[in-house]
Ligand binder design. Structure first.
Ligand code: GLU
Length: 380
């Protein structure tokens, strides 16, 4: 098995990022053969049992022709207008290409705060997971039409890494116009050699991505390294591979070269480290004996096991969890505010819509968002 094959065969969730140049020709037409190949690769990953998310650029490249701005530099509002035009087409092209493979598409447009603010992060993640649970392929792009310069990702490499982090993906594939990272810019330096694997993103690696030939830097090798830093810290392997060949992911699995950045930790662990470390809990919930037992068995926390709540917090905040004798059990991210928990404590999840007037999540804290302390008994 090639190492790429190993990473992908072990992946439960894969994010595939596809750059504008791979999807849109200079004349503004969609590269239909390329798109059909990406859709076939996604179908292959689905058949292997991977959940797939696409991060697709191309809205501006498609839309600019309708503003008669095929090459000229555009002002921000023109780019945003181009994105507004192009995104509709991009979504319909993806819908058609995935349909030809028997797959369904859904569109998600994200802004930085959707991945970086905890509350919105939880919402975006729940939507993505719901789509994946229903076997639908989310096609993600930046919400370019309303973003201002200051609040943009500006590049889909980092957006894709944030998406990978958000859904605890195991692999992120950046399909690019180059087959990976080189020791120097291969367009200018004949002695530049390809790096198949990076285990630590240090200064030497960053220097290799340095200011370079326009093509080499387009989309930016630097932003790809930054994406690799985000992804690998979140426990996700990341590959830079050549998306210009037909069926690029299949090719990589069969041995076509790429650069793999190796994850620091496995995803759930990395997420839990984030929950366990640093942040100060905003409040505390008290559980009955049965709930403590369930949590220690790896279950999610339901309202029924909560006896009362201390402090004031919002949905998405980190809270401490303790047992009937006030003993510390662990900490996690709450799906409800303290006010709402006070109302639903001790109740069956089915009663939540009647009590709160809206249908929230069944779990007050999902097992994925919960870190349990090792108990004294566990240590014995
Ligand atoms: N969101 C932009 C678009 O769809 C592309 C940004 C990028 O390629 O990094 O046109």
């Amino acid at each position: 098995m090639t190492s790429s094959e190993t990473y992908l065969r072990h992946a439960k969730t894969v994010v595939v990022k596809i750059g504008s140049a791979l999807l849109v020709q200079d004349n503004g037409q969609v590269r239909q053969d390329g798109l059909a190949g990406f859709a076939a690769d996604l179908a292959m990953l689905r058949a292997m049992g991977c959940r797939c998310v696409v991060v697709s650029s191309g809205a501006i490249a498609l839309g600019r022709h309708h503003l008669n701005r095929p090459k000229a530099r555009m002002k921000l509002e023109e780019k945003q207008a181009a994105a507004a035009i192009g995104q509709v087409q991009l979504a319909s092209e993806w819908t058609a290409a995935l349909k030809a493979e028997g797959l369904k598409a859904a569109q998600i447009l994200l802004s930085p705060e959707d991945t970086e603010t905890r509350r919105r992060h939880l919402n975006a993640r729940a939507t993505l997971n719901t789509l994946l649970d229903h076997d639908i392929i989310p096609v993600v792009n930046e919400n370019d039409t309303v973003a201002t310069m200051e609040i943009r990702y500006g590049d889909n490499d980092r957006l894709a890494a944030r998406v990978a982090q958000m859904i605890s993906a195991d692999a992120l594939m950046l399909l690019s116009d180059i087959d990976g990272l080189y020791t120097a810019d291969p367009h200018h330096d004949e002695s530049a050699s390809h790096i198949p694997e990076v285990t630590a993103i240090d200064e030497a690696i960053k220097a290799m991505a340095g200011p370079a030939h326009e093509d080499y830097a387009s989309g930016g090798m630097i932003t790809k390294i930054e994406a690799a830093r985000i992804a690998t810290h979140a426990g996700c392997h990341m590959a830079i591979c050549d998306g210009r060949i037909l069926r690029p992911i299949k090719a990589v699995m069969e041995g076509q070269r790429a650069t793999w950045f190796i994850a620091n930790e496995n995803p759930p662990q990395a997420r839990k480290i984030w929950i366990a470390g640093g942040l100060q809990p905003q409040g505390k919930i008290h559980l009955d004996h049965g709930a403590v037992k369930a949590l220690r068995q790896g279950k999610s926390l339901l309202a029924a096991g909560i006896t009362h709540v201390d402090g004031q917090f919002e949905r998405g905040d980190l809270i401490a969890v303790c047992g009937p004798k006030d003993q510390n059990i662990g900490r996690g991210l709450s799906n409800y505010s303290s006010g709402d928990i006070a109302k639903i404590a001790g109740c069956n999840s089915a009663a939540i819509p009647d009590i709160l007037g809206f249908r929230g999540r069944d779990e007050v804290i999902h097992a994925d968002d919960l870190v349990i302390e090792t108990s004294a008994e566990d240590k014995k």
